[in-house]
Design a protein around this ligand. Sequence first.
Ligand code: ADP
Ligand code: MG
Length: 324
Amino acid sequence: MSGHQVSPLDEFALIDNFFRGLGRHTAELSVGDDCALMQLAPGETLAVTTDTLVAGVHFIADCDAGLLARRCLRVNLSDLAAMGAEPRWFQLALTLPAVDRDWLQAFHDGLRADCEQYAIELTGGDTTRGPLTITLTLLGAVPVGKAMLRSGARPGDAVYVSGSLGDGRAALELLDDASQLKTAAESYLLNRYWLPEPRLALGQRLRPVASAAIDISDGLLADLGHICERSGVGAEIDLHRLPLSAALESMAPDRAVNWALSGGDDYELCFTVPPERIAQVDDIAAETGLQLAPVGRIVAGQRVRCLDAQGGETIVRERGYTHF
Ligand code: ADP
Ligand code: MG
């Protein structure tokens, strides 16, 4: 967190100023009481996801507070997208080292922008003093029994990914570069990092089509690995089919494939489709305007293997990011 302590804004004034009235009001009761109250329609299941971002671990403390707020929201929205859920509300637990009005205003403005973009409402949270830490809990709705799980993949299913992979990892190389002059490719990659686009429409559209889905936060190898573990299957990835952006290929031609496999921070969807429903994927790509690339297949077994264009196995050492 940048800056210094300004006037002692007490905790309740702070909440009033910066965390009330964010998003279109749809909850029965929002910020201000002991609990928030919200209702689902009959036939809906509540989908809930939480993520914590810690300064110095997940982001640099003096980064742009507005972008940070939006990235936090979008990372959580991506989890709802992966289940095929529609986002509705969110809770914010914020730990701040000091009260910095400029920082809070920028954070508030970032939240406001994405509350509007994604039609969600901030319904409550908690505010404490300590090292800068942001915990968001997103609440969404999905028709009962229709959520996409990690556990439904079967041998013979095709494996798809949305968008392009590796951009988030490429952007990490650029985050420390304070120079204002960026090439178009660098701006594109930084934008992909700070403002990932949770694939919400895609996730909802895939519910009757995909057998399993996950969002790619830790890299395709690691995240497809989670589908394989939960489904009791293995997978093959055709390395020459990985969707790479022109920006990534121009910036790091020899590392692009590795970053696409293991880089993380992409927030695209990886999903599996049974053979009889593959024809529907092209329609969904056209409807959503997204590139949906077939990158491999589910097989019997338990490993994720990488194949070159000739079908030979390639050993990839780096796996996705893990904290411990
Ligand atoms: P309690 O002591 O009952 O937990 P708090 O004083 O922590 O209540 O919070 C008062 C109200 O403000 C509650 O409705 C809570 O959900 C809300 N709130 C606190 N911090 C935040 C925040 N960072 N963002 C949104 N709402 C918040
Ligand atoms: Mg509290």
